[in-house]
Design a protein around this ligand. Structure first.
Ligand code: DQA
Length: 151
């Protein structure tokens, strides 16, 4: 059974209320519940974690490696554009992940266009709102079930 970690960074606990024109009306708890069910229906297990703290996210990534998590679905939120430490944590833990953004980070302010994660992610899903998490789950499981050559 594949184990997945749904990891969300700062301010994403406010989904549903936070800037709905960018992030939609779906709450984080709706997303977590839906993803757990979607993973379960595919015979996988999903655990969810959200934090505003870079340190807590780093510790969760390290723990994931110990727990045998196969892949993460990760929305680093504002840390996307700032955090070498989180990038290094993913590399140190050797944790595969799909990078997710609700908004299209390339269609917003210039500072959002750079991500410290995209080049080390399995892939990036950005701009499809909460649906992006479902797409990321499907992509991660497809990858685990039959990894492309060279990955
Ligand atoms: C975000 C995009 C980031 O630029 C922003 O800081 C977020 C959310 C997204 O999901 O679209 O907090 O990661």
């Amino acid at each position: 059974m594949h184990k997945l970690l749904l990891l969300n960074g700062p301010n994403l606990n406010r989904l549903g209320a936070r800037e709905p024109t960018h992030y939609g009306r779906t709450t984080l708890s709706d997303i977590e519940t839906r993803l757990r069910e979607r993973a379960g229906a595919r015979g996988a297990e999903l655990v969810a974690f959200q934090s505003h703290s870079e340190s807590a996210l780093i510790e969760r990534i390290h723990a994931a490696a110990e727990e045998g998590v196969d892949a993460a679905l990760f929305n680093p939120a504002a840390f996307t554009h700032t955090s070498v430490a989180l990038r290094d944590a993913l590399l140190a833990a050797d944790l595969r992940f799909v990078e997710v953004h609700l908004s299209n980070i390339h269609a917003r302010e210039p500072f959002r266009r750079h991500s410290y994660f995209s080049d080390i992610a399995l892939g990036v899903i950005s701009g499809f709102g909460a649906l992006g998490y479902d797409l990321a789950l499907d992509a991660a499981l497809a990858h685990l079930e039959s990894p492309p050559e060279g990955n």
